[in-house]
Write a protein that binds this ligand. Structure first.
Ligand SMILES: Nc1ncnc2c1ncn2[C@@H]1O[C@H](COP(=O)(O)OP(=O)(O)OP(=O)(O)O)[C@@H](O)[C@H]1O
Length: 603
């Protein structure tokens, strides 16, 4: 585990406190007040009990006021825990909302994709999510510690009056308890960090086994039991580590409990002997018993509150680390991306995913002139999708620059740049939402504009299909949820085919009309020949006079492009129009003839 020192813990505590205070100042104040009253009630009860016993033992003692006081403190002792619980839950709930919102906003602030491919960040993110939900527990931990301190001070003061030696003994006995509990809580937080990967892998297998996405392959390949065994193996590894920790806790806490009991027994022995000898009163004995019990209970609750707060803070430090994580890419806040007039230029672009990975691009040069339809072709793994991720600034080139009308992409605010781009990605998302939402997410204002959504669907050739769905554009494209319109009827959810999803992704890109650059990464790979022809005809119409970059392995679809770039060994190895590249007789010509021959043979 990344070591969290005292400063890290203090910073996590300050963050948690300020977050909770800002989310529910009234609730926190009320909770602190009730905690103080809760701590004072047993001390008042003990003193009043002692006075009542002493006055009852005296010939004419007046006890009415004390009896009323006792009844009032009894009432408070009974009612306050419920009120405290209510305030704690309410405060925790509000803090959780704010903490969760801030956490997700922090994840969104990551400009590119790099952090989401970093296992350490992913572990931290999951622990941060967990601790965002437990922010309220931190407040109750702190209030519990406050409660413990106050009870302790009250009872220690009472005990001090009766026996300073006994007081010292009780307090000394608490030191090993506190140290042991703090060590245990640190160990538990370390364990939580160490087992995080295991929990994520277990979660991965459990999702595979219960989700619809993998269900077909799991059944056909008969790998359910295999995956379940892997999931259970992860569970067992985590369980073994956690059981070891539980045993360590049991042994430590058993020893500490024996120590506390011995101290209490010795104290009781002393009090009885002292009362027999007449050096303390019967009321003092009652007070002594209450004080020793009170000190020990307060110490126990203090120690366990401090230990659990300590552990929560160690976990919460991951939350603090995530919300303070620097964006993965340096970006400017000022400025706008100008409307594209000249073009986009990749100048000697080198890129690898990390220092341990091989180079994907090795000095790629390419210009996408404004208003032209450019196609990018190359073998699997040549780096085509990587190149478009660089264009959208999901990563920065390791070396070299990408220029938007002569301006380095790094000098344009990423959101502004992306405003000017529309895209269909090869690994496009299928959102478990309605058909209209699946299209409208491409341009949020269009979500409330059925005409634009319909128009995009028509252009992507998916309107007829959507019109036939049980609730048209409002049909939910999943069987996982109900929608408002479904009225709880799961039968209305629809699952689309791969090609239909692909058309929907195209519609999502098309609803984002009027952008300066359209990226189409394999927009027709899942379509039947007729649909593919139709989609490419539409795409061709769309691309005429617009700046676009099309990636396709179907070379017949790229032959009309103004420029075809062949990516080979990390460079643009060939560039030109179809006829020119055929005449050059290079990679493109070879691939084109190979594909064409396949169709010829089939005749
Ligand atoms: N997130 C990533 N992390 C590490 N390596 C990656 C990542 N994404 C892609 N790669 C690697 O980069 C190389 C280029 O991949 P890319 O997806 O850009 O190729 P492509 O030309 O689009 O291939 P295809 O035609 O199969 O879609 C591949 O070797 C791939 O393994």
């Amino acid at each position: 585990m990344s070591a969290v020192g005292a400063r890290g813990l203090a910073s996590a505590a300050a963050e948690a406190m300020s977050l909770t205070w800002r989310s529910a100042p009234g609730g926190v104040s009320g909770y602190v007040f009730v905690t103080l009253a809760e701590a004072a009630a047993p001390i008042a009860t003990a003193w009043m009990t002692k006075s009542v016993i002493d006055r009852l033992a005296a010939p004419e003692g007046e006890v009415t006021g004390l009896a009323l006081g006792l009844a009032a403190s009894g009432l408070a002792a009974a009612a306050l825990p419920g009120i405290a619980r209510y305030l704690r839950v309410q405060t925790g709930r509000r803090a959780r909302v704010v903490a969760t919102d801030r956490l997700f906003a922090a994840a969104e602030r990551q400009v590119g994709l790099r952090r989401f491919e970093d296992p350490v960040f992913l572990d931290r993110l999951r622990l941060a999510q967990e601790s965002a939900g437990a922010t309220g527990d931190l407040v109750s931990g702190v209030c519990g510690s406050l409660h413990g301190v106050l009870s302790l001070v009250g009872f220690v003061a009472s005990l001090l009056i009766l026996s300073p030696a006994m007081t010292a003994l009780v307090l000394l006995a608490a030191v090993p308890v506190l140290v042991a509990e703090l060590l245990l809580s640190r160990r538990r937080a370390t364990l939580q960090w160490e087992t995080e990967q295991i929990h994520r892998r277990e979660f991965f297998y459990s999702r595979l086994l219960t989700g619809v996405q993998a269900a077909t392959e799991i059944r056909l390949f008969g790998i359910g039991a295999f995956l379940r065994a892997r999931m259970m193996a992860e569970r067992r590894v985590a369980d073994t580590a956690e059981s070891r920790m539980d045993r360590r806790e049991l042994v430590t806490q058993g020893g500490l409990t024996a120590l506390s009991a011995s101290v209490a027994g010795a104290g009781l022995w002393w009090a009885i002997v002292a009362a027999r000898q007449g050096s303390i009163s019967v009321g003092d004995v009652a007070m002594f018993i209450a004080a020793v019990g009170g000190v020990q209970a307060a110490l126990n609750s203090l120690v366990s509150s401090v230990a659990s707060t300590h552990q929560l803070l160690l976990t919460f430090s991951h939350y603090v680390a995530v919300i303070r994580t620097e964006p993965d890419l340096l970006s400017v806040d000022e400025g706008t991306a100008s409307e594209l007039r000249r073009g986009i230029e990749l100048r000697d672009v080198w890129f690898r995913y990390s220092d341990d990975h091989a180079w994907v691009l090795r000095g790629a040069d390419l210009t996408i002139p404004h208003g032209s339809a450019v196609a990018l072709v190359g073998l699997n793994g040549a780096g085509k999708s990587t190149l478009i991720k660089l264009l959208c600034r999901m990563y920065d080139p390791t070396r070299g620059t990408i220029l938007w009308d002569g301006v380095d992409l790094r000098d344009i605010p990423p959101a502004q740049l992306r405003e000017r781009i529309s895209a269909v990605f090869q690994d496009h998302m299928n959102f478990d939402m309605s058909a209209a939402e699946n299209i409208g997410l491409g341009d949020l204002p269009s979500l409330n504009d059925p005409v634009r959504i319909r128009d995009a669907a028509v252009r992507a050739g998916v309107h007829d299909k959507i019109s036939q769905l049980p609730r048209g554009y409002d049909t939910l494209l999943t069987r996982m949820f109900f929608s408002e319109a479904d009225k709880g009827d799961p039968e209305t959810g629809v699952v689309l085919s791969g090609g239909q999803w692909q058309r929907l992704a195209l519609a999502r890109a098309l609803v984002r009309d009027g952008r300066d650059l359209m990226i189409l990464d394999e927009p027709s790979s899942g379509l039947d020949p007729e649909a593919e022809h139709e989609v490419h005809t539409r795409i061709r119409e769309y691309r005429a006079g617009r700046t676009s970059l099309l990636i396709s392995h179907r070379l017949s679809a790229v032959r009309d492009a103004d420029l075809i770039a062949v990516l080979h060994e990390g460079r643009v190895a060939e560039l030109g129009a179809h006829e020119m590249l055929l005449a050059a007789d290079g990679h493109y010509a070879r691939l084109f003839r190979l594909q064409a021959a396949g169709y010829q043979e089939a005749r």
